[in-house]
Design a binder for this molecule. Structure first.
Ligand code: ATP
Ligand code: MG
Length: 497
């Protein structure tokens, strides 16, 4: 197809009057406006877009671009690429004026301006994408296609929307998998009883949520007090749990109540119980047996009426033979056991959870929840969710932020495995006593994966990115058994502003 773009002032393409009347079908050629004052940048873009099959109209300054974008609807371009820096009006001003007039034509900004305030401004005004110069043509077409498909979605064309199960928005825990129903039943049975509950499950499966549900349904009048047993020095946690008497240490100027006392008539939630030191385990065992304890430096036992819910993602039973977890304490805690299975083993819950999170994270209390395409839902159903429900929730939260027209498409579904950002949780690994060289290997693996993703698996570019030679990178890949993972990873939608 020849370049048709020329006489823009008169709203003409290649000398012909522009008319888009009747062009509702998605398959029709789309008219793209390229507005840039630098001919050397504009022309190659126009040429490229024409070659790949778009109708193109050019504007060499802001006035021309604005005129075209505010022309009668049947003559307007379907999408605009605008340079931010042009003689006035510049790209941002054009976008502002379009929005003022209620013109929703999607706009992609092109710029070599690296200014955060401009980026924020155009993002607020609803530019659909932001492309740095020099413009990568492949990226450009994918950005245009994405933007046009959102428009089609808004018109009710394009991908099918998923039909989501109806959920009660007031419910805090959702799930209809049989295992979850058993858990709800058990909560019903035990919530009002005093028995200690041990909640187990991988990270992000909902242990804390369940502990709260037990408390809420217990009708106990006292508070729900959370204690995270990880990462607090033994003396501090003892002080936090049991409090201290005045003068217990040099700087203990007054008596202070601990969590057990504060939780009186309520529930204490001991999170990550597996990481409690043996010494503290002994003290906790005493509280569970006697229902009383001593403040640090105290001689009088304090009696409390506290319901204990403990949680762990470790297998405490495995830690018992080594003495890392006290057998007696285990049996005391394990009176009622609630095990939350990993999300990958209850995938039937995914649509319900999605529905719940779309509702929970709506943009404002009055805005309707975002909708999701069937294709996006299928992608959610094809993943193994190593971070369980928490990962699903943050995936949906991100998708809501990045989606356009309140519809989540497959492009916005990005998994942490793909993203590989901050996958190595250094703090957690150190706490788990991971040897330093193993930890460094994990970080190295992650850095290489990120470099490969950023360079679309181009070994030479990834090596440059990491300051390695190609050969060194290949050696590292082999050493870290990364070959199988060095497959092309679908580009994701963080190209949005
Ligand atoms: N069944 C569920 N219904 C609704 N939301 C859920 C459900 N399960 C988990 N969530 C949500 O997922 C997130 C993680 O849950 P939670 O903090 O309870 O997990 P956890 O098992 O305590 O994780 P960790 O072991 O990492 O502390 C929370 O925002 C929680 O509200
Ligand atoms: Mg937790």
């Amino acid at each position: 197809m020849k370049n048709m773009a020329r006489d823009t002032n008169s709203g003409k393409v290649n000398g012909h009057e522009i008319s888009k009347q009747g062009t509702t079908s998605h398959s029709e050629r789309q008219l793209v406006l390229v507005g840039d004052d630098e001919q050397a940048i504009r022309e190659p873009i126009v040429q490229y877009l024409t070659d790949v099959g778009y109708d193109v109209v050019e504007a060499s300054n802001g006035q021309e671009a604005l005129k075209l974008l505010t022309s009668p609807e049947d003559q307007r371009p379907d999408i605009a690429l605008l340079d931010i820096r042009m003689p006035e009006p510049d790209g941002t001003q054009i976008l502002q004026r379009m929005r003022d007039q209620g013109i929703e034509t999607p706009v992609i900004m092109i710029t070599n301006l690296k200014s955060s305030s401009t980026t924020i401004k155009v993002s607020e005004l609803g530019a659909v994408d932001y492309i740095p110069k020099p413009v990568e043509f492949e990226y450009l077409t994918s950005a245009i296609e994405k933007a046009l498909s959102y428009e089609a979605l808004k018109r009710g064309e394009g991908p099918v929307l998923a039909v989501l199960p109806k959920i009660d928005p007031s419910e805090r825990i959702v799930g209809s998998d049989l295992a979850m129903i058993e858990i709800f039943k058990t909560i019903g049975l035990v919530a009002r009883k005093p028995e200690t509950v041990l909640v187990t499950g991988e990270t992000g499966t909902g242990k804390e949520l369940l502990a709260e549900a037990i408390h809420t349904n217990s009708r106990r009048t006292g508070p729900f007090v959370k204690v995270n047993c990880v990462g607090i020095a033994e003396t501090l946690i003892e002080d936090a749990l049991f409090g201290h008497e005045k003068g217990a240490y040099t700087n203990a100027l007054t008596m202070r109540k601990g969590m057990f006392e504060l939780a009186n008539k309520g529930t204490i939630f001991l999170d990550e119980i597996g990481s409690m030191t043996p010494n503290l385990q002994v003290k906790l065992l005493r509280v569970l047996q006697e229902r009383e304890f001593y403040r640090v430096g105290g001689t009088e036992p304090i009696k409390v009426d506290v319901r204990v819910v403990a949680a762990t993602d470790a297998n405490l039973a495995e830690d018992m033979p080594s003495g890392r977890f006290l057998q007696q304490l285990y049996h005391r805690l394990n009176v009622v056991r609630l095990h939350l299975s990993p999300l990958r083993e209850r995938m039937d819950d995914v649509p319900e959870l999605v529905s719940h999170f779309l509702d929970k994270h709506r943009a404002s209390p009055v805005s309707p929840p975002a909708r999701i395409t069937q294709e996006a839902m299928d992608k959610l159903l094809s993943y193994d969710w190593p971070g369980n429900v928490r990962e699903l929730e943050s995936c949906i939260q991100q998708a809501i932020v990045y989606c356009r027209g309140n519809i989540i498409t497959v492009d916005q579904i990005v998994f942490s495995k793909e993203l590989r950002h901050h996958v190595v949780n250094v703090e957690k690994k150190v706490r788990a006593r991971t040897p330093l060289d193993e930890l460094l290997r994990d970080i190295k693996r992650e850095a290489i994966q990120v470099a490969l993703r950023l360079t679309h698996n181009d070994i030479a570019k990834a090596a440059t990115q990491l300051g390695l030679t190609d050969e060194q990178l290949r050696d590292d890949l082999a050493e870290l058994h990364l070959r199988s993972e060095a497959e092309p990873v679908a580009s994701h939608s963080y190209s949005h502003l």
